[in-house]
Design a protein around this ligand. Structure first.
Ligand SMILES: Cc1cc2nc3c(=O)[nH]c(=O)nc-3n(C[C@H](O)[C@H](O)[C@H](O)COP(=O)(O)OP(=O)(O)OC[C@H]3O[C@@H](n4cnc5c(N)ncnc54)[C@H](O)[C@@H]3O)c2cc1C
Length: 216
């Protein structure tokens, strides 16, 4: 392995990885992986072309399946309002996908109601799966402090234990990790708002800390 000397490092490499859905929790609480959408294909047009699918999504019946009790805890209010206002989107709670079926392509999705254990197939030919995210930070293990989910801890989130080897008199800056001069911004950072604007904002704030660090 090659080693590089650096005064300051900024970790931007969030790279959230989509993972297969974990089993639904028994208490029915919303899980971090929450959204599944299927576009129901009308019987008179069983094999739409790909461009049609994209174009028709706003008009076709869309089933949103969520394993928890709703979307409120994991989705922005404005998006929920758009779902509620749309005439073609149906939200089904406490439901999970239990199987996929088809001959050469997806033809049916098997769903299970987690409260009644009722299972039923639906003629769904298109599936968008949103299964949550995990940070790609394995390479940072034993280098900077990570939270329980692998996101990089910074500033006030760092505990005394995390800072056992901290070598400076000052505490870590807001976006600084447990290692002085190493910063984390954006999705990879623990407790960050997972949004483009906040990732960009944190990046620009971080520049100030980098300047300060370089003059220390
Ligand atoms: C489906 C989906 C929809 C979203 N919709 C919205 C939305 O409508 N509005 C909104 O504001 N936000 C949205 N977000 C969130 C938004 O995409 C993120 O908050 C934002 O991209 C975070 O930026 P980032 O630079 O921190 O991380 P990323 O954009 O994830 O960039 C990290 C980069 O690091 C790279 N990388 C990873 N590991 C390494 C490595 N070891 N070495 C080098 N490079 C590496 C990755 O390839 C990637 O290019 C959405 C996210 C998803 C997944």
């Amino acid at each position: 392995m090659r080693r590089f000397a650096a005064l300051v490092v900024v970790v931007l490499a969030a790279a959230v990885a989509l993972q297969p859905a974990a089993p639904a929790r028994a208490d029915g609480d919303p899980c971090s992986d929450y959204l599944l959408v299927g576009s129901l294909c009308p019987p008179n047009n069983p094999r739409p072309s790909q461009p049609q699918i994209g174009h028709d999504l706003s008009n076709r019946p869309v089933l949103v399946v969520v394993r928890g009790k709703g979307l409120a805890e994991t989705m922005s209010r404005y998006l929920i309002q758009r779902i509620e206002a749309s005439g073609n989107i149906t939200l089904r709670t406490f439901t999970e996908v239990s199987g996929l079926e088809g001959n050469g392509r997806l033809e049916r999705v098997h769903l299970r109601d987690s409260r009644t254990n009722e299972r039923f197939p639906m003629p769904i030919r298109h599936l968008f799966l949103m299964t949550g995210a995990s940070p790609n930070t394995g390479w940072l293990t034993n280098c900077v402090a990570l939270d329980g989910k692998g996101f990089v801890k910074t500033g006030p989130d760092l505990t005394e234990e995390n800072l056992a080897t901290w070598r400076l008199k000052r505490p870590p800056y807001l976006l600084e990790t447990s290692r002085a001069g190493v910063f984390a911004v954006g999705d990879v950072r623990s407790n960050s708002v997972k949004r483009v604007a906040s990732a960009v904002g944190e990046g620009s704030i971080c520049l100030q800390f980098i300047h300060r660090t370089l003059t220390e």
